[in-house]
Design a protein around this ligand. Structure first.
Ligand code: 5GP
Ligand code: MN
Length: 312
């Protein structure tokens, strides 16, 4: 079905969610690189609302990713493929480009609402792992360039092979990608050991000022717009802080809140064991996975924490 749709389409647009993470970039870029190599005569574009975060821009091919606000024309689509997004509206303004194009939804979130005309949704480590299978099923060979991108998505969304979504297949696929000759050490250095001073300082504040609710085993921290402005911290410089909050031994759920400056707060939830934070995120119209979920809300910090405590 997908193969036929690709072959009969002249114009293909790939997109992924706002505030893209390693898996959004990795899965979208992996698919983009595989399709452009196999179909050089088609117009294939990878368009995101936001720019590529600084710690993923080392990936070869990211220079081809287009930012919605900087488009020089109105891209056409016969086929519109969304990766790593549980709901269609999470791709932001790029959604306007779909028009009447056939919609393909490639994802791995349990909260996915099957918004596509074709849905390829599997409850596995990452959208990148799903895309790996999709490219193979299309009969396209994965080269080191696409492999580097998919490997980065798998590493980041599995928490460097820590989360329980990491299966034997995840390791097998990661192994097959390594066999292509990709530079695993460089990927880890670029993604995890190239933090800006802004990130390090924010992490310091978060760890020293986090609030602890001993009864609920909840750890929370609000990053204010004011702190971000004063310290020149960009919105792509805070990924990974919530996982650090979860490291506290008496923490079962960690929540990292970030003021966006438009009256909204972006929330990131992580759970260590049994508490399902996908359910908690739903209270704010968000979603994700059982152990990692997020949301955006106009509620205040106090209101958010009150609701979370009621839910856990
Ligand atoms: P993060 O907290 O790192 O932004 O996201 C954790 C997980 O929840 C990711 O899989 C992400 O895609 C998902 N997620 C984050 N924010 C939202 C949201 O507002 N809506 C939905 N449906 N999923 C989200
Ligand atoms: Mn993902």
């Amino acid at each position: 079905m997908l193969l036929q749709k690709i072959e009969e389409s002249k114009n293909i647009i790939i997109s992924s969610h706002i505030n893209p993470d390693g898996d959004a970039i990795g899965s979208g870029l992996g698919l983009y690189l595989a399709l452009t190599k196999k179909y050089p005569d088609k117009s294939i574009r990878f368009i995101l609302e936001d720019k590529v975060p600084y710690n993923y821009s080392f990936l070869k091919g990211t220079e081809k990713i287009e930012k919605f606000d900087e488009l020089k024309d109105e891209p056409k689509a016969d086929l519109f493929i969304v990766v790593d997004s549980a709901v269609f509206k999470r791709i932001g303004k790029v959604a306007d480009l779909r028009k009447d194009a056939f919609l393909v939804n490639i994802d791995h979130h349990i909260s996915n609402d099957n918004y596509g005309d074709l849905n390829i949704v599997k409850n596995i480590s990452s959208a990148s792992e799903v895309v790996y299978g999709v490219i193979k099923d299309l009969g396209i060979e994965i080269d080191a360039l696409a492999g580097e991108s998919l490997y980065t998505g798998i590493v980041t969304d599995s928490g460097n092979f820590q989360y329980d979504s990491t299966s034997m297949d995840t390791f097998r696929i990661a192994g097959e990608l390594l066999a292509l000759g990709i530079d695993r050490d460089n990927i880890i250095n670029e993604v995890y050991r190239s933090r800006t001073l802004g990130f390090i300082r924010t992490l310091g504040i978060a760890l020293s000022e986090m609030k602890i609710d001993n009864e609920k085993k909840l750890v929370s921290f609000l990053l204010t717009k004011d702190f971000m402005t004063k310290n020149n911290i960009q919105k792509d410089e805070t990924e990974g802080i919530v996982e650090k909050l979860l490291e506290y031994k008496d923490c079962e759920v960690a929540v990292f809140l970030k003021e966006e400056g438009n009256g909204k707060i972006k929330g990131s939830l992580r759970s260590k064991r049994d508490i399902d934070v996908n359910e908690v995120a739903k209270a704010f119209d968000g979603g994700g996975h059982r152990k990692a979920a997020g949301f955006t809300t106009t509620l205040t910090e106090e209101e958010i924490i009150k609701i979370i405590k009621e839910k856990i």
